[in-house]
Structure formats: C-alpha cells, structure tokens
Design a protein around this ligand. Structure first.
Ligand SMILES: Cc1ncc(COP(=O)(O)O)c(C=O)c1O
Length: 341
C-alpha cells in the first residue's frame, strides 16, 4: 500500500538533497577521541543555543533521557514525571535497567502538571521513602498532544525542585516546536534545567541523533555513560553534519508544521464525528477521538487511501512535519471526510 500523506510521526522526516550534500562533504575524525570536527561543531552550536557549558552528541533521544537519569540518580532514587512521559511508555523499561531509579508518575492535564501536584509527589526524607532526586518534564508533551509548558510553569516547578534538593531535566525532543510557537528562545526554556536535550531526527529533519547539554561536570559524567552504553561513535561527523545543517536551516520552518497542525485540527473540527477542540493544538501534534468508531479500524481505512496516522488506544494521532505540505493537509481532510460523517 502506497503511503501518500504520512502523518504517522515527525520521526519519519527524510534528509533533503541539500542536507545530504552537506553531510557528504563533512569533515570527520574519531568521535570517541573527541577528534571529529563536525561533531565538535554541532555540540558547540547546541550548547550555545541552549545556553549551557557543554553538550554531547548521542545516537538517540532515548539515550539522552537515560544517560541524564543515570547521572542524576542512584539505584532506588525516584524521578518525578507526568504519567504520559516517554520513559514510562516507550523506553523499554530502560530506567529500571540503566539508572535503577524508579518513576513516580503524576496525573497531569495533557502532559502538564502543576506545583501542588509536584510538591505532593516529592517524598519526605523519612528513611522508609525512596529519595526524590529528579524532576523531568517533556517540552512539548508528546502524548499530551504537543502541549507547551509555559515559562511560568517551568520556573515555578524547577525553582521548587532546586529548593527541595532535586535536579531538573528537560526532555526537549520537540523543544523547537515550542520555540517556533511562542518565540521564546530555547535558552530561556532551558535556563533552569540541569540537563536538557533536543532531537535532530524529528521535525528538524536530520537522519540521526540528539544533543544533550548541561554543566561541564554533568557532561563529563554523561561521557562515561555514553561509553558504557556503546553510544560513543567513530566518524560520526557524517551524521552530525545533518544536525548542523538542520540547526542552520530548519529551525524557523517548524512554524509551518505548527500552522499545518492547527489547520488540520480546525478542518477536522468541522467533521461531526470528530471530537477535537482546535484551540488546544499548540504545536505539530493533533490527537482526537472519533465518536462511535474504533480508531484502529478508521486508521486502516485511511491507509487504504494513502493516509497514514497512528492509533493511541481509542484516539488517533496525526503529526505534521517537513515532508507534509499545506495542500496535503487539505487532501488528508478529504480522505478523513470520505470515511467519517
Ligand atoms: C517526548 C519524546 N522523548 C523521547 C523520544 C525518544 O527520541 P528518539 O526517538 O530520538 O530516541 C521521543 C521520540 O519519539 C519523544 O517523543
């Protein structure tokens, strides 16, 4: 079956011809020995954008989360995050294996929780309790539907976390979608976090990798974990160059993806069977229910017409990205209309 419009995920973005050319010409060296000029350039750029002392290039966002947890926590410590967070659902239980920390989940609203909920989740210093060591938030919240943590919410929670002796971590897989939507810089969003990373392989369109940033000391400890996990590479400049190209050329255009998602939500809201409030769509992820229909069955029918979406239990998730043009949003709507009344 030919997929004509792919709203399955922004992880499916493919490098453009220009990006491929740039990658082909990349200077390379032994990354494990810190001798790869392209990797070094990418990490300098990322540290600068995030306002941190240093950064490290990693093969995936998952590894960035898990390395951060391992640096911040000892086995038996507890990490506080929203119940929809990526490490709980999609990281194969890695937190239990790698850092040995456990996760205390908070029932937020569309991926976002408030100060009162956070304070309730922090354990007392009683010796019966696990020790709360880390607050982790997702910017934007994936399963929350691309929701943005506001600066005020971030500052309130991270200040409290530091006051209580916890470290703070931002899973910024889609941080730049939030930046594009609010025009608040990545540096400001990242300022109060002890560790923060973003993905190059989602909306930014590079084929591989994430960059994790923090203090010199944090990154030094992260390097040990990168080595332990087999994440240290050799001539990684070839793939890192995709990241350099993305940071130079693809940040601004994320606004188009956010606008396309909004358009999709507004058009979907006109279909009586669709349950969605377009005002809740803040970035490039659209999650909605279909009245009286099994979402998996609907997804199959859409696929027969070349439109791919993903299924989240009783909901459908559609994600916009650089391989989806505005006219394809209208084509997608026509396909939705054909199968839903
Ligand atoms: C919020 C969030 N965190 C982490 C990840 C993991 O990133 P990666 O696919 O680069 O390992 C994803 C991937 O979809 C994500 O959506």
């Amino acid at each position: 079956m030919e997929i004509k419009i792919d709203l399955f995920s922004d992880t499916g973005t493919r490098p453009s011809d220009e990006m491929r050319e740039f990658m082909a010409k990349a200077e390379v060296g032994d990354e494990q020995l810190f001798e790869d000029p392209s990797v070094n350039k990418l990490t300098e750029m990322a540290a600068d954008i995030l306002g941190k002392e240093e950064a490290i290039y990693l093969p995936s966002g998952l590894m960035a989360n898990q390395i951060s947890f391992a640096v911040h926590c000892n086995p038996g410590d507890e990490i506080i995050m929203d119940e929809s967070a990526h490490p709980i659902h999609y990281e194969g239980g890695a937190t239990a294996i790698i850092s040995g920390a456990s996760i205390r989940s908070v029932e937020g609203k569309r991926g976002i929780f408030n100060l009162e909920q956070f304070e309730k989740a922090v354990r007392t210093k009683d010796y019966h309790d696990p020790q709360s060591k880390l607050l982790s938030i997702e910017q934007t919240s994936n399963l929350g539907g691309g929701t943005i943590w506001s600066l005020e919410q971030i500052e309130e929670l991270t200040d409290k976390a530091h006051e209580l002796g916890l470290k703070t971590h931002m899973d910024g897989a889609r941080l730049f979608n939030a930046v594009a939507a609010t025009e608040i810089s990545a540096q400001r969003y990242a300022a109060n976090f002890d560790s923060v990373w973003f993905d190059l392989s989602k909306g930014l369109g590079a084929p591989v990798g994430s960059v994790l940033a923090g203090s010199k000391q944090f990154i030094n400890e992260a390097r040990y974990w990168k080595q332990r996990l087999g994440g240290a590479m050799r001539q990684a400049g070839i793939i890192a160059a995709g990241g350099i190209y993305a940071l130079k050329n693809n940040l601004e255009r994320l606004k188009t993806d956010n606008d396309n998602a909004k358009l999709l939500a507004e058009e979907l809201a006109k279909i009586p069977a669709v349950e969605i409030d377009p005002s809740t769509v803040e970035t490039n992820i659209v999650i909605f229910k279909i009245k009286g229909e099994e979402s998996a069955e609907i997804a199959e029918k859409l696929l027969e017409d070349g439109l791919r979406v993903s299924v989240l239990h009783d909901k459908i998730r559609a994600v916009t990205h650089l391989d989806v043009k505005k006219e394809e949003i209208f084509q997608a709507i026509d396909i939705f209309k054909k199968h839903l009344t």
